[in-house]
Structure formats: C-alpha cells, structure tokens
Design a protein around this ligand. Sequence first.
Ligand code: GAP
Length: 514
Amino acid sequence: MAKKEDQFKSVISHAKEYGYIFQSSEIYDGLSAVYDYAQNGVELKNNIRNYWWKAMVQLHDNIVGIDAAILMHPTTWKASGHVDAFNDPLIDNKDSKKRYRADVLVEDYAAKIEGKIEKEVKKAEKRFGENFDKEQFLATNGRVKQHQEKIDTILKRLGRSLEKEDLVDVKALIEELGIACPESGSKNWTEVKQFNLMFGTKLGASADSAMDLYLRPETAQGIFVNFLNVQKTSRLKIPFGIAQTGKAFRNEIVARQFIFRMREFEQMEMQFFVRPNTQKEWYEKWKETRLKWHLSLGMGEDNYRFHDHEKLAHYADAAADIEFKFPFGFKELEGIHSRTDFDLSQHEQFSGKKLQYFDPELKESYVPYVVETSIGLDRMFLAVFSNSLQTEILENGSSRTVLKLPAVLAPTKAAILPLVKKDGLPELAKQIEAELKWDFKIAYDEKDAVGRRYRRQDAAGTPFCITVDHQSLEDQTVTLRHRDSMEQERVAIGTLASIIKEAVDVRSWLKKME
Ligand code: GAP
C-alpha cells in the first residue's frame, strides 16, 4: 500500500482513538460522509472557529458578524443560481455501478502525474544534497517539464469543457486518458450528467400547504439577503464586511476522504462589500491576508499554494483556492472569490427590493461588488490534525506518537499529573487544576506510570504536562514538560498560568500576521 494511504488511515484511526471524530450513527453502521465531533474534536473545532472569528471580526473594525438561519426562503436559491447551476458532473461505471465526479476522476489522474514530479524532486534532492535548487530543477529538468505540460494540458481542457458545459468532451477526455474505475478497473462508463447538490426538505405540516425548501449549500446567501439590514443598523461605510460561521449541506457525489468532503459541514465565510471596479484590488488583498492567517499557525510555508481557477463559478470574475498539502496531496482548503455584484443584483431582481448603498463620498447609489473568503471549518480541522500527527523515533530507539497541534488550537492546554496517588500529591494537583481551569481547558490524570501518562497526552495533543511530586509539597514548584521538545523544567506553581498563557494566547499567534 502507498505510504500516503497509510498515513491517511492513521489520521482517521487516531482521530477516533483519541476522541476527536466518530462516524455519525456508527451503531447503525454509519451514514456516509457524515461525522460527529467527539470530546476533543469539538474543542479543537471551537478553537479554530474562534481563531478565525478573532482574526476576521474582532480585529477588523469594518467587519461584523451575523448568524443567519439554515432554512431560507426558496426564492433565495433561484436568485443565487443554485437551483439551475449548482451541479456537479457525474459519471457511473457500468460494471461496478459506482458513481464518480467526472472532474475529480480527471483531477486525480493529474495528481498521479504530480506524484511522479514529486518523486523526481526527491531523487534529485538525494543526488545533489545541499546544493539542490528545487525551483531551478522544476524549471529545467526535461522529464519534470514533460509531466507538468501534460498536467497543464489536461486541466486546461477539463476547465474549458466544464465552462462550456461540454459534458461529451469531459467523457472523451476520461476515455482518452484511459481512466479506469478505481473499484472495478473497468473503463465501461456512462455519459456524463449534471447532478444538483442541494438537499430538499419541506416546511409545514400538511402535504397541501407544505413549501419546498432547501438546506443551504453555502452560508453566503444569509449574508447577502441581510446586507442592507446590517449596513443600516451598523452604519458601516463601504468597504465593509459581514462574516458568519455555520452549517452547510451538499449532497456530494464523491464522499470519500473522511471529513475533507462531507454532506453536512461547516463554513466560515466573509463577504466584503466594495465599490464597483475596486474588486480586483480587494481580491488580491484578501488573498494575501488569508494566506497570512494560515501561515500564522506555523504549519509550514511549503504546505500551501494558490491555485487560480480556470473554470469560474457562475457568480465570479476571479477566483483562487488556497490549497493545502493533505495526506492525499494538495487540495482546496479555502476559496477567495470576486463575486462581482451578481448576488445582490439577483436578489434585487427576484425580491423587487432595492439592495443599494448610498456612497456619501461619491454621492451616488450603487449595488456593491463583493469579495468573498470562504473556508471549510472541517477541512481546516483536517489540515491541522493531519499535519500535526507525527511519529518520532526517540534517542533510545523507541517511538512516540505525538499530535503537535498549534498550542493556540489544542483542545486541552495542560494536564496535571500527581506523581503518585498518595502523600497529599493528588490534593495539591487538584488545587492547581482548580486554579488553572478558570483560564484554560485542563486535564487531570493520576492513572498509570507518569511516562505512560506523558505519552497519552502527547498523542492527544496537550502542549504541557505539569507533574506534582514530593518536592512540590515543600517548595511549591512542579515539573513542566513541553510536548514538542519533551524538555522538562522546574517552575513555581505561581508562574504556571502566565507560562501557559504566553504559549496559547490567540493574541501572540495572530500578531504573527502583522
Ligand atoms: N460561498 C462560496 C462557497 O461555498 P466553495 O468553494 O463551494 O465556495 C468553500 O466552498 C469552502 O467550503 C471550500 O474551500 C471548502 O473548504 C469547504 N467545502 C466545500 N464543500 C465541502 C464539503 N462537501 N465538505 C467539507 N467542506 C467543504
């Protein structure tokens, strides 16, 4: 089995074993592409949401937050274009009866070629050692250039065909590339068809009066329909933003890859309203700002890259993804979209209500243009979790599994461990816990040898362990163990709160964006 697959499998099993993520309704054999966040998962998820909210809302005096309902008037989705255009191209394999997204089959094919490039780079790195110049190698190596050209040609053609809705050509591309069904190995494909991703539901008790509704497929529309309400009540002047986090639902065809692509998921979106013709400038600015937010978490610059869209969504005049290197390769983590005045104009037209802004400087009214930043909270969770999970070989030859979560996001900030369960150590440990828990999520663990307890906390991602021993009773000091370096230091109990605060405080992490 490929190494990447092994790595991904260990991410999924670790998430379950350490109380991060469970399959939904597991006792009934689960529900495909739906997951539950467990005791540690919910803390990590809350911390990621909070990290985003602070950066986007609290630190911008021109961005406010809302929390709109999941259910919206059905005309919303007619106006937004989702009823007519929120489709994925699907294709069935006639032998395995499995359904795939046609574009994903082609993209996976391109990703395999990219894997070949990565192999060439690794080989060359070994050969040239310290003198290796990756950029020069990528630009000049013949085999790499051939691979890259092939990828570009395939993705360009896919983009063009999707843009023109030329589904016949998408199928032709799959056939020309000789793509086989991953399940059956057969190349016996149906035609490519469009499939609407929205979940329908009904409002009302009786069948006659019931109204057909959709579960929202994006949170953005809740912001657009409230645009004028928020602007008038907040008295914000353009440019300004409205942010929200919340659930979205999509009946995804390809629902593999754990929490990467779910049918029920959470988005963190911000719509930034700007003057017409300034959208390109703001689009660039938000691309830069969002990348800085990611980099502030210290998960490695090389793990991110921008991907500019060839095929633009029905509402956009420019769009880019921030891609992250997941265990299965570089994939979209966040989208930055220049949505023009499409949404507000459509809602004006369908509702018959004006959604215009009077610009006091220009002394004119207009429908603002919008630049959107949209990130999947679950996808961000997967990026953080998979990047943090590491197996280290220690000096004595043993190995340890450690979840090196950025301390600001870790579910539990410190674990308090009395060395033994007697002699008054548990009592002192409990006193320390009682004090620290006002500011931090703290764990208390007195079971097993202290070494095993350290390993448990390493694997759960806890940045600090505080060990209370007999000396603690005499001089009010404890051993503070750091998760990543495993270094231990003796510190006064009275200094614990400030040491932990410095390491986990959102402020010091977000300051890195400046
Ligand atoms: N309002 C724009 C919008 O929804 P999108 O590119 O379709 O744009 C934005 O989605 C982000 O939402 C993606 O970058 C991804 O992180 C997340 N996302 C989309 N579909 C998802 C799914 N099925 N499961 C998990 N996250 C998803």
